[in-house]
Design a binder for this molecule. Structure first.
Ligand code: B12
Length: 250
């Protein structure tokens, strides 16, 4: 088992010590950062400090040195954002600070996204992605989109606060068969069910496959709302979309 002292970056060590209380979360983060290189820890630390210029610069340097885009995304950017999430949840930081960190994450992702997108071969299908009605969280959805594009999908991004009607229109307009819905709020999760219902009402339910995700969403909830699959992260979104695209074409 990794120890806090295995993490070389002092900022990350302090963040874990000062802001994470739950033993399981401490263990998960210590494992994560202990296995990350010093360079990835530095990216995560700059993100946690909301320093978008440094995140931008360090990401570019890492890519120039030949470090994989996925490694930078997982071990640097997403790992850093994970601690931001815990600090926000536990009341150590508030909306403005989260936005500053999210901006730093975007500065790094700006370099990662084109690489992931370019790594795809022939289109694997078209996916419509949106955060459901009433919900403005889009970081996770955008990560899924980047990975889906990297996985060879054409993705139509409906953005946030997406109504069932907007999903319906997009499917018709783009002749798409896979729909991905994201929700981060317990209050907006029921809008996933409303979207599935709208497709039933329009007589289109059998023509499409729904995948759902977002931190509060579970496989059981996915089943309850009548979705065809649940994905826990961006990698899972690609696997699921691949499976559903094959299924719906069969
Ligand atoms: C960043 C953030 C914000 C930012 C959003 C910025 C943005 N552009 O997205 C801002 C500051 C704007 C914000 C606002 C609010 N937020 Co907020 N926010 C967060 C925070 C800290 C991180 C979310 C995030 O980006 N995570 C990182 C990404 C990478 O993870 P993810 O979204 O889960 O996505 C991954 C997977 O879930 C999956 N996935 C996601 N979508 C999909 C879709 C498919 C199809 C698939 C297969 C997979 C998949 O793949 C992703 C990549 O791995 C969370 C805390 C948390 N730990 O989740 C709170 C949190 C979600 N927010 C919360 C709240 C309460 C709010 C506000 C109501 C606060 C307020 N009082 O104003 C508002 C709501 C605004 C609105 N109407 O939506 C609560 C929700 C509580 C609840 N039970 O509903 C949380 C959990 C914090 C908390 N514990 O209190 N928030």
């Amino acid at each position: 088992m990794a120890q806090l002292s295995d993490i070389t970056n002092a900022v990350i060590r302090t963040e874990i010590e000062e802001f994470i209380d739950d033993p399981a979360e401490i263990e998960r983060n210590v494992e994560l950062f202990a296995k990350a290189s010093a360079q990835m820890q530095e990216i995560a630390a700059a993100l946690l400090e909301g320093d978008n210029d440094t995140v931008d610069q360090l990401t570019r340097i890492a890519l120039d040195e030949g470090i994989e885009a996925l490694e930078i995304m997982d071990d640097g950017l997403i790992a850093g954002m994970g601690i931001v999430g815990i600090k926000f949840r536990d009341g150590f930081i508030f909306v403005p600070e989260v936005l500053v960190c999210a901006r730093a994450m975007k500065a790094g992702m700006a370099h990662i996204e084109p690489i992931l997108a370019a790594s795809g071969a022939e289109p694997a299908g078209t996916v419509i992605m949106g955060t459901v009605k009433g919900d403005l969280h889009d970081i996770g959805k955008n990560l899924c989109i980047m990975m889906l594009r990297g996985g060879g999908f054409i993705v139509i991004d409906l953005g946030v606060d997406t109504s069932p009607e907007e999903f319906l229109e997009a499917v018709a307009e783009h002749d798409a068969h896979v729909i991905g819905m994201s929700a981060l709020l317990t209050t907006t999760m029921p809008n996933m069910a409303k979207t599935v219902e709208a497709f039933k009402d329009a007589g289109l339910r059998e023509k499409v496959r729904f995948m759902v995700g977002g931190a509060p969403v579970t496989p059981e909830f996915a089943e309850d709302v009548g979705a065809d699959g649940y994905g826990k992260d961006a990698m899972a979104a690609v696997e699921l979309a691949t499976k559903l695209a094959i299924e719906v074409r069969a």
